[in-house]
Design a protein around this ligand. Structure first.
Ligand code: FDA
Ligand code: NAD
Length: 434
């Protein structure tokens, strides 16, 4: 098969791939120079929509409505945009081999793509219960959610199993967002996770207590401290029940599993330096291999603020890292330099009528403030994280745009916290003064 050749290739057409393409155009890429190769059949879109509005029972979001870059208030890049700019958008094409020494990528269909500069934006894939050998985990109607095809399958199942029963396995982002949207679809929900409270990688016990109470009020039955140990299926192969490790058995027409993600670095194993599960980069997302950059979920990069190196699996970083890498590519071609990436972590989620934002680092002592009563109609609360006498992280549920800006500023400025009691009393007022 013929070999195609490009000056720049982005492998992966997800969030980072899309935002990188926009930045290439801003930097003056010429027609014919750039290709994006993606396993998915659609142009880059804002992935967060898949676990939220895409699954609404009414008024659901559909493409082309949420192509990048609408999620950050930018222009919506329709497939025509790529054609207009002379960018080759090569869809439904999985790269199965990468040779970084000879600068060649090979697709599953055997096509070869040569590049001068490569941007790796392959994102993450889901961890599957079948990977852990859970019995019956390949039954029908057990769903994972990463790509639009996964979401479409879930939409079909929701139609087929109207008013049915679901078990949600996992108490992280997917678990919390999917339990909520399944309830909106009038599905009975049991949510199962091993930890003592939900989303332990970010939430304190106090934060989690609010969400657990709120979810229970919305009809989600939460089962903690155990895991799915196996599945029973009907003769047609569809899941019938989830067997928990503690011996309980839960009926299920649909199972949604969110037990974590794994960055897709396999293609590059042994060819590029890795760290903390990702591809190691510098502050410009340059990897250990010349002319190869890695952005988004796959990059392990210097977190300047915390003098540390980390990987981040959230959309804000995927957008910003993509822009930084492309700026760095053009700067290095022009013999110029740009500022190092100086990222303030920003995560958020939305479910039911709830909406939270978090900025900074969740380490040290914590102070819970505000009305965190899940039965209160006027709930609004937050948490500060304090390390070495300074506020290093801030979380806020149901904040106004100004209040969210205020907690972002606190996490960035890291003001001294002289008294934890005073912080608890002042609450969001403290952030608003900074
Ligand atoms: P991303 O996964 O977006 O894209 C990778 C692309 O590469 C995919 O299109 C994939 O098919 C393709 N690819 C992989 N291997 C390939 C190969 N070998 N050949 C060709 N193509 C290949 N974050 C947040 O902050 N707030 C939120 O609300 C949410 N919500 C959310 C919902 C859901 C359902 C998910 C799955 C994730 C989120 N996230 C989130 C996380 C956020 O979406 C995620 O961090 C970014 O999408 C990461 O962007 P990347 O471009 O790195 O990967
Ligand atoms: P996660 O890491 O947030 O949560 C995984 C959860 O799995 C853990 O909290 C734990 O409760 C649970 N778990 C682990 N092993 C289990 C087992 N054997 N049985 C039952 N539960 C088990 O991962 P996720 O929720 O699967 O999300 C996948 C990816 O998508 C992540 O990268 C995440 O950042 C991203 N995402 C982000 C958002 C957001 O930022 N709002 C929303 C959706 C997805």
């Amino acid at each position: 098969m013929a070999e195609k050749s490009f000056k720049y290739v982005i492998v992966g057409g997800g969030v980072a791939g899309g935002y990188a393409a926009r930045e290439f155009v801003k930097q003056g890429v010429k027609p014919g120079e750039l290709a994006i190769i993606s396993k998915e059949a659609v142009a880059p879109y804002e992935r967060p929509a898949l676990s939220k509005a895409y699954l609404f029972p009414e008024g659901a979001a559909r493409l082309p409505g949420f192509h990048v870059c609408v999620g950050s208030g930018g222009e919506r890049l329709l497939p025509e945009w790529y054609a207009d700019k002379g960018i080759s958008l090569i869809l439904s094409t999985e790269i199965v081999k990468a040779d970084l020494a000879s600068k060649i990528l090979v697709s599953a269909a055997g096509e070869s793509f040569k590049y001068q500069t490569l941007v790796i934006a392959t994102g993450s894939t889901v961890l599957k219960l079948s990977d852990f050998g859970v019995q019956g985990a390949d039954s029908k109607n057990i769903f994972y959610l990463r790509e639009i095809d996964d979401a479409d399958q879930l939409v079909e199942a929701l139609k087929a199993k109207k008013n049915g029963k679901a078990v949600v396995v996992g108490g992280g982002y997917i678990g919390l967002e999917l339990s909520a949207v399944l309830r909106l679809n009038n599905i009975e929900v049991n949510m199962v996770y091993p930890e003592p409270w939900c989303m332990p990688r970010l939430f304190t016990e106090g934060i989690a207590a609010f969400y657990e109470g709120y979810y229970q009020n919305k009809g989600v039955n939460i089962i903690k401290g155990t895991v799915a140990a196996g599945f029973d299926a009907h003769p047609n192969g569809e899941v019938k029940a989830v067997k928990l490790k503690d011996g309980r058995v839960l009926d299920a027409d649909i199972v949604v599993v969110g037990v974590g993600a794994r960055p897709l670095t396999t293609l590059f194993k042994g060819q590029v330096e890795e760290e903390k599960g990702g591809i190691k980069t510098d502050a410009f997302f340059k990897t250990s291999v010349p002319d190869v950059y890695a952005v988004g979920d796959v990059a392990t990069f210097p977190m300047k603020m915390y003098n540390d190196i980390r990987r981040v699996e959230h959309v804000d970083h995927s957008r910003k890292s993509a822009e930084q890498a492309v700026k760095a590519i053009f700067a290095s071609e022009q013999g110029k330099s740009i500022d190092e990436y100086d990222y303030l972590p920003y995560f958020y989620s939305r479910a039911f009528n709830l909406s939270w934002q978090f900025y900074g680092d969740n380490v040290g002592e914590t102070v819970l403030f505000g009305d965190a009563d899940s039965n209160s109609a006027t709930h609004k609360f937050g948490t500060y994280w304090i390390k070495d006498g300074k506020i290093v992280g801030a979380f806020l549920e149901s904040g106004s745009p100004e209040e969210n800006k205020a907690i972002a500023k606190v996490a960035k400025v890291q003001p001294v916290a002289s008294s934890l009691d005073q912080l608890a009393q002042e609450g969001i007022g403290f952030a608003s003064k900074i």
